[in-house]
Design a protein around this ligand. Structure first.
Ligand code: AMP
Length: 189
């Protein structure tokens, strides 16, 4: 099967994590969630964990340098050679640029960026029902605001590079999965 180097974009609650886990299993590529990595580091009390915990707790993005340290090292691991699914990274334009530079240097550019579109009221409903420690109403609202301000610009940026595939993220996980496969299947390099 051809290489699959994907970025999943979308608001918190858009279903990126669920879809990434599912696709990763089927295509045998690692699912790289910076949120999961940071939560694990915070729980383990590592130096990275201590640095990011205040941001996680407040629903704010961790500093780009700390975040880049987490993900760049992970991308260099052997299991990423056949491809990867990035879920929650990049989240800012500078993060996207840094990733593009790294992948260009190893001649392994992204194959697609998938954008999961879900209306705001549906996002709020999903986030409030998943019951994670960092999903209190104030933190959820802060995360959605940060998404609009910092992450949404990446959509236009990737669209300009003809990498973006927008899909409807509403409906059941199985419905969304079918749309996802349709979006990446036909054009996979
Ligand atoms: P997530 O599980 O992807 O929603 O991420 C949970 C939290 O981890 C976010 O609210 C941020 O505090 C932090 N985080 C995850 N990914 C990033 C990133 N790419 N840049 C900065 N902070 C991040």
């Amino acid at each position: 099967m051809s290489a699959l180097r994907l970025v999943f974009l979308g608001a918190p609650g858009a279903g990126k994590g669920t879809q990434a886990a599912d696709l990763a299993k089927g295509r045998r590529v690692p699912h790289l969630s910076t949120g999961e990595m940071m939560r694990a580091a915070a729980a383990a009390g590592t130096s990275v964990g201590l640095a990011v915990k205040p941001y996680l707790d407040a629903g704010k993005l961790a500093p780009d340098d700390v975040t880049w340290g987490v993900i760049a090292a992970r991308l260099d691991e052997k299991d990423c050679a056949p491809g990867f699914i990035l879920d929650g990274f990049p989240r800012t334009l500078p993060q996207g640029e840094r990733l593009a530079e790294k992948l260009a240097a190893s001649r392994t550019p992204l194959t697609h960026v998938v954008y999961f579109e879900v209306p705001q009221d549906e996002l709020m409903r999903r986030l409030m029902s998943r019951g994670r420690a960092d999903d209190t109403p104030d933190v959820v609202r802060e995360r959605l605001r940060n998404y609009e301000k910092l992450t949404a610009p990446l959509i236009a940026w990737y669209r300009g590079q003809h990498l973006l595939r927008s899909i409807d993220g509403t409906g059941s996980p199985a419905d969304v999965h079918a749309r996802l496969v349709g979006a990446i299947g036909g054009t996979a390099k």
